[in-house]
Design a binder for this molecule. Structure first.
Ligand SMILES: Cc1cc2nc3c(=O)[nH]c(=O)nc-3n(C[C@H](O)[C@H](O)[C@H](O)COP(=O)(O)OP(=O)(O)OC[C@H]3O[C@@H](n4cnc5c(N)ncnc54)[C@H](O)[C@@H]3O)c2cc1C
Length: 220
């Protein structure tokens, strides 16, 4: 990553499946750009919790947001957190279920989450997070002052980051190769559908071009 050490840290070094490790900044960012949701993990006073969340990426940090009352986000402020983004590309069916697997692209980010408090910076971060969901920030109503105040935005540096990518067929044992059992891959592709207008949509507002453009495009 931009301000990262030249290699993985001790705790982001893949020990298992080392051949699947990816630390290249562009490849990591491509996975983050393709992902839709992040799982954010924090150790809290009443035990660990992992919650799925929207996210955005800016330069050398991943951004997450939520209500100021969000217990996990509050707990994670100034604490070590782990943010994981996973894309599943297929099911890998082996000759024995013990060797079943999945093809995937995943990123694990570990680091201290800090709150973004500067109003302009916070607004810029909110745009990035929301445009990662759907890029309508510039054409939709801006957040109200109250929405803005009620939202907590955290940034975690893209510094201690690892990615792992599996994209191959089953890895079976020689003993099974001449046996009767099937093996292969079932690919998983995700595509956005045509947008469905809200049931309470009043008048005839145009569907944003950015939303129209999503139809039939790959989700990942
Ligand atoms: C969709 C999916 C399903 C999986 N299912 C299983 C399963 O059922 N059982 C299983 O054992 N494993 C599964 N894995 C792999 C799992 O994520 C771990 O990579 C693996 O279990 C090795 O764990 P470890 O603690 O021994 O890793 P280590 O190699 O010891 O981990 C060291 C460091 O490597 C990095 N790292 C490890 N795994 C990943 C990863 N997936 N992505 C990015 N960085 C990583 C982290 O920084 C971690 O701190 C799955 C992965 C995905 C994406």
């Amino acid at each position: 990553m931009s301000d990262a050490p030249t290699g993985p840290s001790a705790r982001t070094t893949l020990r298992r499946g080392k051949n699947r490790a990816v630390y290249d900044e562009d490849q990591v960012k491509a996975i983050l750009a393709a992902g839709v949701a992040a799982h954010v993990g924090v150790a809290t006073d009443d035990g660990p919790i992992v919650l799925p969340m929207a996210y955005g990426v800016r330069d050398n940090e991943i951004l997450i947001h939520g209500a100021v009352g969000n217990a996990m986000l509050k707990s994670g402020r100034n604490l070590d957190v782990c943010v994981t983004v996973t894309i599943i590309d297929g099911l890998v069916i082996a000759r024995t279920p013990f060797h079943n697997s999945m093809n995937y692209r995943s990123v694990v980010i570990r680091g201290i989450a800090t709150a973004i408090v500067d109003p302009a910076d916070k607004m810029a971060a909110l745009k990035i997070i929301n445009d990662h969901i759907a890029p309508i920030w510039d054409t939709a109503r801006p957040p109200s002052e109250s929405d803005f105040k009620k939202t907590l935005v955290l940034a975690v540096p893209l510094k201690e980051v690892s990615a792992k990518v599996r994209g191959e067929g089953p890895v079976d044992e020689e003993i099974d190769m001449d046996g009767p059992h099937w093996a292969g891959v079932v690919p998983l592709t995700s595509t956005w559908g045509a947008a469905i207008p809200a049931s309470d949509l009043r008048g005839t507002p145009d569907t944003p071009a950015a939303v129209l453009d999503m139809a039939n495009t790959s989700a990942h």
